[in-house]
Design a protein around this ligand. Structure first.
Ligand SMILES: C[S@@+](CC[C@H](N)C(=O)[O-])C[C@H]1O[C@@H](n2cnc3c(N)ncnc32)[C@H](O)[C@@H]1O
Length: 302
């Protein structure tokens, strides 16, 4: 059988299963299994054997059952990282890249200030002293995507990721090794549990579970049936984690340290109120690609 001949029945199978983009997804899976890139496939249309054919059937069958594409392929892209994912760990989302980018921006500013650099009419005066690396805490680190994006950008930073799920921590460690990043440690535990006596972080970043319990049933099948509930459920009002994180964060941040949080589509206003009540200052919000208030930033007062 020729490789391209497997496309039509695969598309048909996915269409029947109500998969949103059957043509694109069938092609991704067929080319993934065969190890042949799209261009070569269309130019040479190679012959395939029974092993490849049965693997194509198997993966198309998994996708038709609603399993997310990233779990089937085993990885997702996040910024310039390849993040290994599978059952038990949340697939990184595009809006979380905005959180990571904003965190990188903040870390750059904090590093700049810590080094004693002064902007002087557009010029930078030389460092007065070499500062130690930034200390960054990623709460609810999941696959490790945010911590790893920061670690790659700041090789001299000391980064700690904490997640309650042992499976997530294993994936995060695999992702650190796969991306050859060594300045991050992942610990299993609940929120600040593993760092109770550790003050002085420069930056705390988190994309916590934030879906209202009552809304879990309304999520896409791929999310609802396949991704871990503990990565999604933010309690009755979806704000459980923000309250706990913001109440605890002050004890772990240095003066002038920053917190960055990803917010659900309608939560930024409420989170800003909680943030202010917790004693933070300079609260700002960044929008996502759809114009939704998505990333909240605040400073622990100096
Ligand atoms: C929305 S996911 C975010 C994962 C990752 N940071 C990302 O952006 O893709 C939330 C994560 O919080 C973790 N989690 C849930 N409860 C937790 C707790 N009490 N302490 C630490 N992590 C928790 C889940 O296991 C999950 O990995």
């Amino acid at each position: 059988m020729k490789l391209l001949d497997t496309l039509k029945p695969s598309i048909y199978h996915l269409k029947k299963a109500n998969i949103d983009e059957p043509v694109i997804e069938a092609a991704v899976l067929v080319f993934h299994v065969s190890g042949v890139d799209r261009l070569t496939a269309y130019r040479d249309n190679p012959e395939i054997g029974p092993v490849i054919l049965s693997e194509i059937h198997r993966l198309i069958g998994r996708r038709a059952m609603g399993e997310p594409m990233q779990y089937i392929i085993g990885e997702a892209d996040f910024m310039d990282l390849v993040i290994k994912v599978g059952r038990g760990v949340l697939i990184p989302r595009p809006e979380t890249e905005i959180l990571a980018r904003e965190a990188i921006k903040e870390a750059r500013n904090l590093k700049f200030i810590a080094r004693g650099l002064k902007r002087n009419s557009g010029h930078v005066t030389p460092p007065v002293q070499q500062s130690p690396g930034l200390r960054i805490l990623d709460l609810c680190s999941g696959s490790g995507c945010i911590a790893l994006a920061l670690a790659r950008e700041f090789p001299d930073a000391n980064i700690l990721g904490i997640d309650i799920s042992g499976t997530a921590v294993k994936y995060a460690e695999t992702n650190a090794a796969f991306n050859k990043i060594s300045n991050v440690i992942f610990l299993e535990g609940s929120l600040f549990g593993p760092v109770t006596s550790m003050p002085g972080f420069d930056l705390i970043v988190s994309n916590p579970p934030y879906i209202k319990t009552s809304e879990i049933d309304t999520l896409q099948r791929e999310v609802r049936e396949w991704e871990p509930l503990e990565a999604l459920d933010g309690g009755m009002d979806g704000l459980d984690f923000y309250k706990k994180i913001l109440l605890g964060a002050g004890r772990h941040l240095r003066k002038g340290g920053k917190i960055l949080l990803e917010a659900g589509y309608d939560q930024a206003g409420e989170i800003a109120v909680i943030t202010e009540k917790a004693g933070f200052k300079k609260i700002t919000v960044t929008k996502d690609f759809s114009g939704i208030d998505r990333i909240l930033k605040a400073e622990w007062p100096a």
